[in-house]
Design a protein around this ligand. Structure first.
Ligand code: ADP
Ligand code: ASP
Ligand code: MG
Length: 409
């Protein structure tokens, strides 16, 4: 007998019929003798609907009140699923994040889990109940309701699995595993049997929304066996696990991309010590996170400086730099929020050269101009015009033969 934490995403609980299908899965797991904690998301589209409603009066809305609103989505689903389970003869009990004491910090809209009090869950499990927990939410030390950022139910599930020392955390979603890239963009994308934490972390942080990045961080830190599976079709899914010898020895494991990007360019910046720290210091003080940074070789004592931010912060960053241009000694500030980032990820890059040249050639063959490049040990990212995103991802998927089963090396 094992303890399993299952998480069902928005599409998986998107209607009464689908909730009934989730009940079937839960009953099947129980029939094998396992204890079960189930984390659910809001019904598909609900979080977006609530977000839009909250913005009716002012944008951005008060972050504390936004969390009060957004958490209702998951609260509806836990109640519905518990009723549905009991209607089929399965004892169940629902809990909001606050009730099960998922203690977070007070960073509304993007809170971090600090602690989980699992005693209550254990009591219910000992009474043979399925424990149904609302994903994406918690409570801070003052009792304020918080949310964990978009996609946060994945993190609730993994954090609960870690706190309960569960045998496996299963993420049920609308795809049957982690693919070489988003199968909605590249239909030839291939499901991976396994992917290691390090690669999955890069994929998630570079835009693959199949798992929230913090859920992968938690799983890696507490060694939680994590599996992504489909709610709709049977199959082994994808295991996310520590790196080991049996993993596919390939150069590139996957391609991630993100449209949530914007670029700011400062022209005619004095080329002197301290200028980068001055500009980026102002940006950091405004709580804007910077991703890629480029500074050109200067000429005539002047240089150009470009960096990217999340698209949500674009206007704020542009206004800030334009307002401070004179004090910072910047001649001109230009912005572009129609850019996208494409990244290739793979542990194989650590020991093989040549990935960059394959990547740049494939993009050049499609006439796609690369605006910025950044690299790390296991990834290369490029910024391109947003309109070339899909073409670029497809070209790279083909160039790295990701649709073909890997050749054993
Ligand atoms: P849920 O509501 O179940 O949490 P999400 O929409 O958050 O589901 O995540 C699943 C989606 O992630 C898939 O429908 C797919 O379009 C997208 N996705 C992005 N990259 C990948 C990838 N590499 N492998 C699988 N799915 C991916
Ligand atoms: N409902 C939240 C969202 O849509 C959390 C989640 O589904 O993981 O982002
Ligand atoms: Mg999700």
């Amino acid at each position: 007998m094992a303890l399993i934490v299952q998480k069902y995403g928005g599409t998986s609980v998107g209607s009464v019929e689908r909730i009934n299908a989730v009940v079937d899965k839960i009953l099947a797991t129980r029939a094998q003798g396992h204890d079960l904690v189930v984390v659910v998301s809001a019904m598909s589209g609900e979080t977006d609907r609530l977000l839009k409603l909250a913005k009716s009066f002012t944008d951005p809305p008060n972050p504390r009140e936004l969390d009060v609103i957004l958490t209702t989505g998951e609260q509806v689903t836990i109640g519905l699923l518990s009723i549905a389970l009991e209607a089929r003869g399965c004892p169940a009990r629902s809990y909001t994040g606050g009730q099960v004491r998922i203690l977070t910090d007070s960073a509304f809209n993007k809170a971090r889990i600090l602690e989980i009090d699992s005693d209550r869950v254990r009591v219910d499990l000992s009474l043979n109940r399925v424990v149904v927990v609302a994903g994406f939410q918690g409570v801070d030390a003052q009792g304020n309701i918080t949310t964990l950022g978009r996609g946060g139910s994945d993190t609730t599930a993994v954090a609960l699995a870690a706190a309960l020392k569960a045998d496996e955390c299963q993420i049920y979603t609308d795809v049957d595993g982690v693919y070489t890239t988003d199968p909605r963009i590249v239909p030839q994308a291939r499901r991976l049997d396994r992917i290691c934490f390090e690669e999955m972390l890069e994929m998630a942080s570079l835009g693959s929304k199949v798992l929230q990045i913090r859920s992968v961080e938690f799983a890696s830190k507490y060694n939680v066996p994590l599996r992504v599976l489909s709610s709709f079709v049977e199959g082994p899914g994808t295991l996310i696990a520590p790196e080991d010898q049996t993993m596919e020895q390939v150069l590139i494991s996957g391609i991630a991309f993100s449209r949530d990007e914007a670029k700011l360019t400062m022209l005619g910046v004095p080329d002197k010590p301290g200028i980068a720290s001055q500009i980026l210091g102002e940006v950091a003080d405004a709580n804007i996170e910077v991703d890629m940074i480029i500074q050109n070789i200067g000429a005539d004592g002047l240089t150009d400086f470009t960096f990217t931010v999340h698209r949500n912060d674009y206007k704020k960053a542009l206004d800030l730099l334009r307002n401070k241009a004179v004090v910072l000694g910047i001649r001109e500030v230009r912005g572009d929020n129609r850019i996208a980032k494409i990244s290739v990820v793979g542990l194989g890059m650590r020991s093989h050269a040549g990935v960059a040249s394959i990547m740049f050639k494939a993009l050049a063959n499609e006439g796609i101009n690369i605006q910025m490049i950044s690299t790390s040990e296991i990834k290369i990212s490029v910024v391109v015009d947003e309109k070339y995103l899909e073409l670029g991802v497809r070209a790279l998927h083909e160039a790295f033969h990701l649709d073909e089963p890997p050749v054993k090396q």
